[in-house]
Design a protein around this ligand. Structure first.
Ligand code: SF4
Length: 313
């Protein structure tokens, strides 16, 4: 069966990457808030097909030749004016699930055909990371896998269980330790509002605690968006889930920043789902970030917030 190229879902920082699919879907397709991968079937792309795409990419990059015989194989030449020719993002929801020997084979091929590449990135579930030894992760790092993105979502085990994340906070922390030891940069996202109004404060406090223990180089907050078709949306419609307000999301954000205890983390809420974008180094800029949020929270002026129609996923 032919592998179908997945839609591009990427971290904001991967705008300038070339998107190379190794898989489509996500191996942990149970998260009740996730509209992209919920119950989608994980598909693994044939390594030879991936290598053909790399060959075509190298041909194009090195000689400007677009091989029409590869029609449809390579991602949208016209639509990638942003590619900086230095970055590759491995799709899809958790490309680290790709069988390890094949993953090495693909990364070696990338290094051989595109020697000027600076970094390769991928989403990874904590389960994928835990399946790999530190030495295996180090090998991937040597092959330029420079950054992994994962979702902690919440530091509360109760919330993780409720949203069917399939992993607990101890496993999250263990995965983070492994990534750190390997030297791969780690970027971790959390979701504001994931436990609704009732669990808001505890969710924020627990998230600050666990995220600090994970101590990633990058931390990012997203705000929960309820999307039709997901179980969480259904819960809301049935009156069983009570979403927080935009200003409550900023209260959670403030609490996470205030309670955080990072070594050196670039923390942001730049994602389009958020009502207010803030960024800075933690702990260095903690006071500045908190007072910025306090000012918004004191003014309570809705016109200062990103309007609902401009929020993205
Ligand atoms: S692990 Fe991530 S990508 Fe996979 S279903 Fe959950 S939230 Fe979505």
């Amino acid at each position: 069966m032919q592998f179908e190229r997945p839609e591009i879902i990427r971290p904001p920082s991967e705008l300038r990457s070339y998107f190379l699919p190794l898989t489509s879907g996500c191996s942990n397709n149970t998260c009740t808030f996730c509209n992209y991968y919920f119950k989608s079937k994980l598909k693994i792309r044939d390594a030879d097909e991936v290598k053909k795409e790399i060959d075509a990419l190298a041909l194009y990059k090195n000689y400007g030749i677009y091989s029409s015989s590869l029609g449809g194989l390579v991602f949208d030449w016209e639509g990638k004016p942003y590619w900086d020719e230095k970055r590759i993002f491995l799709q899809d929801g958790d490309a680290l699930v790709y069988p390890y020997p094949k993953l090495k084979e693909v990364l070696r091929h990338l290094n051989e055909k595109l020697p000027n590449l600076e970094r390769i990135a991928a989403y990874a579930t904590p389960q994928d990371i835990l399946r790999r030894s530190v030495d295996e992760l180090k090998t991937l790092k040597e092959l330029k896998l420079e950054i992994l993105y994962t979702g902690l979502e919440s530091g509360s085990d109760q919330v993780l269980q409720k949203v069917q994340k399939g992993v607990n906070t101890s496993q999250m922390i263990e995965a983070a330790r492994k990534v750190k030891k390997s030297g791969i940069t780690f970027s971790v996202t959390v979701i504001l509002g994931l436990d609704g109004i009732e669990g808001s404060e505890e969710h924020a406090k627990a998230t600050a605690r666990v995220l600090s223990e994970m101590d990633p180089e990058y931390g990012a907050a997203l705000t929960l968006t309820l999307v039709p078709g997901t179980p969480m949306y259904q819960d809301w419609k049935e009156g069983n889930f009570h979403p927080i307000s935009p200003f409550q999301s900023l209260e959670e954000l403030k609490l996470i920043i205030k309670d955080s205890n990072f070594t050196d983390c670039f923390f942001s809420s730049m994602h389009a789902s958020n009502y207010w974008a803030i960024r800075g180094k933690l702990p260095q800029e903690k006071e500045r970030m908190i007072s910025e949020l306090e000012e918004i929270l004191t003014r309570r002026d809705p016109s200062l917030l990103r309007p609902e129609y401009l929020r993205g996923l």
